[in-house]
Design a protein. Structure first.
Length: 157
């Protein structure tokens, strides 16, 4: 996560700046803009679809910030205690990681671009992380899919 927030991931733009990438810097997911850190993780059409699915699923109403730090900071919820916010932010981390992994699969394995797959993997990954990090997590995956905010509240009581 810190690598993304500090613009230290190996995007095409960053690799080009370091002299590692000599080819184009166009995003592999949308094929239209340069692949910078904020672009690939937040503003790319594919990433925006994933974030919109996330916001719709959680019932969160938000602006899709272009700035990665502001985007991360919106994942603070006053209705959660400190532990609840830690779990809530793990959803952001999971979405970012799944976007990045999917981008790498597209580049290295010629995988088909699929925003729904990215989102589903983020849901699964976050649930698995919570099950292993918090002993109080007693809810099923189907409960998590149906009501993520309720599950986080249950896990932090």
């Amino acid at each position: 996560m810190w690598r993304a927030l500090s613009n230290r991931i190996a995007t095409k733009v960053n690799l080009h700046k370091r002299g590692v990438l000599l080819g184009d810097t166009i995003c592999v997911l949308c094929g239209r803009e340069e692949e910078s850190t904020p672009h690939i993780l937040v503003t790319c059409d594919v990433s925006t679809k994933v974030w919109n699915m996330c916001f719709n699923w959680t019932g969160m109403r938000s602006v899709n910030h272009n700035d990665l730090i502001n985007h991360f900071e919106q994942f603070y919820c006053m209705c959660f205690n400190q532990e609840g916010n830690r779990l809530w932010k793990s959803l952001w981390i999971s979405v970012v990681l799944c976007i990045w992994k999917h981008r790498n699969k597209v580049i290295f394995n010629q995988t088909k671009i699929d925003a729904e797959e990215i989102f589903t993997m983020a849901q699964v990954q976050t649930w698995v992380w919570m099950k292993h990090k918090v002993r109080k997590v007693q809810f099923s995956f189907s409960d998590w899919i149906l009501s993520p905010l309720t599950c986080i509240n249950m896990a932090t009581r």
